[in-house]
Design a protein around this ligand. Sequence first.
Ligand code: AKG
Ligand code: FE2
Length: 297
Amino acid sequence: MAGQPRVARLDRGVRREDCLKFLEADGAVIVEGFLESAELSRLKAELEPYLSDTPDGEGLFYGKSTKRTGRLFLKSSVMRKVAVHPLLLGIAQDVLGKACSRFQINLTQAIRIGPGERQQIFHRDDEFFPVDNGGSEFMFNVMLAYDDFTDANGATLLVPGSHKRKASRNPNPNDVCVAEMKRGSVLIYLGSVLHCGGANRTNVPRTGVILSYCLGWLRQAENQYLAYPPEIARTFSGELQKLIGYAIHEPNLGWFEGQDPSVTLYDDVPQLLPAKDNFLPSAEAKVEEHYRRLGSS
Ligand SMILES: O=C(O)CCC(=O)C(=O)O
Ligand SMILES: [Fe+2]
């Protein structure tokens, strides 16, 4: 694939700043050897039973020979750990933290592209939100290679730089990068980057596992509260509970009876609770100013 655009390939010990530099420039970056082989084997042992039994997806976008399975924090201890990896949380804070008071998980999904599957339509994952992103990223994805990703088996295709410009859904092949990578590596890409699953021209499936983070005030693509109702979320770490949405997004979004939704994770969920503001100090100051004015009139 000589002459085709490439995305940067960094080592697993990479500094967050370096990842960000390439994410800003190209909209995507690869971190090689992100998962050690023992962890990858554990992930496979955890997910394989689900993947082998899940039927092919339905619908033109999802493809006709592609399986998808979600709720991965229920199915995999490795994914629970990866979700709170300091590198990924650091990137999330830098990419999303400017436009929300906390970021959250958008979805988890293992994608197994079967032999003969056609190339997916080029798309931006943030197209599902029907507003302009106004220059703030809505989301970014981490695509973990469960198998080696090759040009032949359906490695993700992407158009580096397309997060900065209007790019055609039918890009010039010279602008397309094939995200070939060894298993255990991750491709990190912004929600505004044009990309798609590649065609699988081999006779074995290609599997990748997506972990997606988004702004804390957006609707999550995978309904996290149904995926992990309180009796399941209760078994997760506090950090993961907050990340899937058992936390207030200031001001006053996502509450339960006016309280932080983490109250639903208590052993005894209180039935009568006082509603309580969860404002950022800047919003609180405006309300205080209102009462000061009332008091002095
Ligand atoms: O499987 C892939 O490589 C990408 C899939 C994708 O972009 C999607 O389903 O939104
Ligand atoms: Fe996508």
